[in-house]
Design a protein around this ligand. Structure first.
Ligand code: ADP
Length: 162
């Protein structure tokens, strides 16, 4: 019975897909590449409380970069630096995953790519998960999924079956 429990939880976990556990784009805190890092903008980033902030061009579904909140600590609000200028010296590599990728594959990709955040795309590359260096932009983004989202599912799957 012990083994049966483990197997059924493993199945439920591996049947889930990125789009089922992601944070939808309209609930994602992100910032436009052409906007300026004014005092208000920096305050919004700080108050969001998020570690990672996606950067988009014109439409949030078109992602051109990723900033870490900690990269903003030395920014002088009076300089009103454009977000794009920040990306050129502290932009991070972008990791992409198809919406229908199962989350066991996502977990493996997070481990091999040392990535905590994936952009979930509608359609996209055939590979289950890939890395896109900045540039080019990632289009058709529908949400983000982090390692935390995946681990939550893993733990929930185990608890439900107890
Ligand atoms: P953080 O380190 O910022 O707390 P985690 O990776 O621990 O982020 O994820 C916690 C939750 O917050 C997850 O559900 C994740 O999808 C969500 N999340 C992460 N970054 C953002 C963001 N920029 N906007 C909205 N939700 C986010």
């Amino acid at each position: 019975p012990e083994e049966a429990h483990l197997m059924s939880s493993a199945l439920a976990f591996s049947e889930k897909r990125a789009s089922m556990i992601m944070t939808r784009l309209d609930h994602t805190f992100c910032i436009e590449v052409g906007s300026k890092l004014s005092f208000e903008a920096l305050l919004r980033c700080y108050k969001s409380g998020f570690t990672r902030i996606p950067v988009y061009r014109k439409d949030p579904s078109c992602v051109v970069g990723l900033l870490f909140a900690k990269d903003l600590i030395l920014v002088d609000p009076d300089d009103e630096i454009p977000v794009g200028a920040m990306l050129s010296f502290c932009g991070r590599s972008l990791h992409v995953v198809r919406h229908d990728t199962t989350i066991d594959k996502l977990l493996a990709a997070a481990q091999t790519q040392h990535s905590h955040l994936f952009f979930v795309v509608e359609g996209g590359p055939d590979a289950p998960a890939s890395v896109a260096k900045w540039p080019p932009p990632i289009s058709n983004v529908i949400g983000i999924v982090t390692l935390e989202d995946v681990l939550e599912e893993l733990i929930a799957a185990e608890i439900v079956d107890e």
